[in-house]
Design a protein around this ligand. Sequence first.
Ligand SMILES: CCC/C=C/C(=O)SCCNC(=O)CCNC(=O)[C@H](O)C(C)(C)COP(=O)([O-])OP(=O)([O-])OC[C@H]1O[C@@H](n2cnc3c(N)ncnc32)[C@H](O)[C@@H]1OP(=O)([O-])[O-]
Ligand SMILES: NC(=O)C1=CN([C@@H]2O[C@H](COP(=O)(O)OP(=O)(O)OC[C@H]3O[C@@H](n4cnc5c(N)ncnc54)[C@H](OP(=O)(O)O)[C@@H]3O)[C@@H](O)[C@H]2O)C=CC1
Length: 271
Amino acid sequence: MAERRIAFNDVLFRDKVVLVSGGATGIGRALVWILARSGARVVTCGRSPDKLDALRSELADHGHEVLAVPTDIRNADAVAALFAQMPERHGRLDLLINNAGGQFPQAAIDMSANGFRAVIDNNLLGTWSMMQTAARHWRDTNTPGSIVNVVAVVDRGILGAAHTAAARAGVIYLSKTVAVEWMPLNIRVNCVAPGTIFTEGMAGYPEEAKKTFARSNPMLRLGDPWEIAEACLFIGSDASSFTTGEILRVDGGGQLWGEQWTQGKPDYFAG
Ligand SMILES: CCC/C=C/C(=O)SCCNC(=O)CCNC(=O)[C@H](O)C(C)(C)COP(=O)([O-])OP(=O)([O-])OC[C@H]1O[C@@H](n2cnc3c(N)ncnc32)[C@H](O)[C@@H]1OP(=O)([O-])[O-]
Ligand SMILES: NC(=O)C1=CN([C@@H]2O[C@H](COP(=O)(O)OP(=O)(O)OC[C@H]3O[C@@H](n4cnc5c(N)ncnc54)[C@H](OP(=O)(O)O)[C@@H]3O)[C@@H](O)[C@H]2O)C=CC1
C-alpha cells in the first residue's frame, strides 16, 4: 500500500480533512493509505486500540501521521468526543467515510433478537450517529461536506445475512433522503456497495462458503480493498461534485450474475 498506484491526481485530497471509520483493517486501511499518500489529513477510529496502534505505526514508518481514536460508533458519547477532537486538531472536516461495520453469517430463522439488534446497531444506528453528527458540524460551521456510506449490494437480499441486508437497505434509504434534505447545507451523501472483497473480515465466514465466493460475479474473483477505496474517494471527492444520493456498486458485476450464500448453499437449491 505504500507503493501501489493511485488513480487520482495529487491535488484532489491535499490538505483535506477526512474521517474514515474502521480504518485499521481491510477497506478502511486501504482508504487511510490512499488518503495519507495523497496529502489528506486523516482521522480514523475503531473499537480496538491495538489495531489502531498498529495502523498508526505502519503509516508513521512511511512518514504519514494519522489521528486514530478508539471509538465504538454505537456509542453516541464516543462519537461526539471523536468529532470534538477534529476542529481542535485539524480545524475542519471535508469528507466522512462510514466504513466501520460488519455482521456474522447466520440463517435468518436462527438469529437471536440480540444478534439481530447488534448488527442493526452497528451498521444502521452507528452509521446514522456518525452521519448526523457530521451534518450538524457542517451546519453549525457553515461549511460544505460530503459523506460516503459503505454498504453492501442488497438488490437481491444477502443470503445468510438478513440482519445486515436490513441495516444496509436502511442506510441506503437514509442516504437518499438526506441527500435531498441536506442539499441546502451543501452536503452530498452517497453510498458505495462492495461485492465480495478479500479482507480480514472474511475470517468470520465458513470455508465451504468462502470457496464459492469468487463465483458470485462474472469476473470470477474477489475484489480488492483498494478497488473499493478508490471508488469511495471518487464519489466522495470533488471529482463527483454533481452526484448525490447515488449508490455505486463495485462488485465485478455480481448484481447481474451469480449467487452468494454467506453460509454455503442449502441442499434444497443444489443440483
Ligand atoms: C461475504 C459476505 C459479504 C460481506 C462481508 C463483510 O462484510 S466482511 C467484514 C466483516 N467484518 C465484521 O463483521 C467486523 C465487525 N463485526 C462485528 O463486530 C460483529 O459481527 C457484530 C456486528 C455482531 C458486533 O459484535 P458485538 O461485539 O456487538 O457482538 P456481541 O459479541 O456483543 O454479540 C451480540 C449478539 O450477536 C451474536 N453474535 C455475534 N457473533 C455471532 C456469530 N458469529 N454467530 C451467531 N451469533 C453471533 C451474539 O451471540 C449476541 O447475541 P446473544 O447471544 O446475546 O443472543
Ligand atoms: N469485505 C466484504 O466483502 C464486504 C464488506 N462490506 C462492508 O465494508 C466495510 C469494511 O469491511 P471490511 O474491510 O471487509 O471488514 P473488516 O472487518 O476488515 O473492517 C471493519 C472495520 O470496522 C471496525 N468496526 C466494526 N465495528 C465497529 C464499531 N462498532 N465501531 C468502530 N469501528 C468498528 C473494525 O475495527 P474494530 O473491530 O477494532 O472495531 C474494522 O477495522 C464493513 O462495513 C463491511 O461490512 C460490505 C460488503 C462486502
